[in-house]
Design a protein around this ligand. Structure first.
Ligand code: C5P
Length: 217
């Protein structure tokens, strides 16, 4: 009997991470934040002084990544990097190394290993297309670039960081282009994924949409 999987894909800052996490909590399912794996690989590569296009070396680092997810904390070779990997520069680097096919291959099995009873909510770009193509429920969760920029801006300001809305919007657009136009596992809505545009939606409404999509089956 295969484990139920809810695949939630979409662009950065769409709120899919928040929605996916709440859905996982409500169902008592495991949660995979696949972007964090690409961020961890990016951090490892930067720390090792690798060029971000050195596919072979970075794929090897991805394969041997020593990571533990413990009570909301992410430990990389024992070190707490939970906050570090959220930095904008790590996100940008993650977006670059994630375009390398061998790096993606190196992370495939590690992601599939998260599929354990009673179920999994997987958040990323290619959860429904590449990693879990047979997932029961596939959602493409998005929002307009402007709304995503607003959300990212508010998040940064709330955390006491300085931020510029125009710069953020430009970053988001650049990242969208890079993630959508790459040759391997590009970000796009799959034919069998339900579109969930959260531009004018609360988190609660988005969560309910995903739960209904899953439970309705
Ligand atoms: O979702 P998050 O912003 O943490 O992801 C960081 C980067 O990792 C994304 O911009 C994307 O390029 C890459 N990524 C990916 N495939 C996934 C998850 C993330 O290529 N499944």
């Amino acid at each position: 009997e295969p484990v139920p999987i809810i695949a939630i894909d979409g662009p950065s800052a769409s709120g899919k991470g928040t929605v996916a996490q709440i859905v996982a909590q409500k169902l008592g399912f495991h949660f995979l934040d696949s972007g964090s794996l690409y961020r961890l690989v990016a951090l490892t590569a930067i720390n090792a002084g690798c060029a971000l296009d050195d596919e072979i070396t970075i794929a090897e680092k991805a394969k041997s990544l020593d990571v533990k997810f413990e009570q909301g904390k992410i430990l990389l070779t024992g070190e707490d990097v939970t906050e570090t990997i959220r930095q904008e520069r790590i996100g940008t680097s993650a977006s670059k190394i994630s375009a390398l096919p061998k790096v993606r291959d190196a992370l495939t099995q590690r992601q599939r290993d998260f599929a354990k009873a009673p179920g999994l909510v997987a958040d990323g770009r290619d959860m429904g297309s590449v990693i879990f193509p047979t997932a029961q429920t596939k959602i493409f969760l998005t929002a307009s670039a402007e709304v995503r920029a607003e959300r990212r801006y508010k998040q940064l300001i709330t955390k006491g960081n300085s931020a510029n809305l125009d710069d953020i919007l430009k970053d988001i657009r650049d990242r969208d282009v890079r993630d959508s136009s790459r040759a391997v596992a590009p970000l796009k809505q799959q034919a069998d994924a339900l579109l969930l545009d959260t531009s004018d939606m609360t988190i609660e409404t988005a969560v309910q949409f995903v739960l209904d999509a899953y439970l309705g089956k």
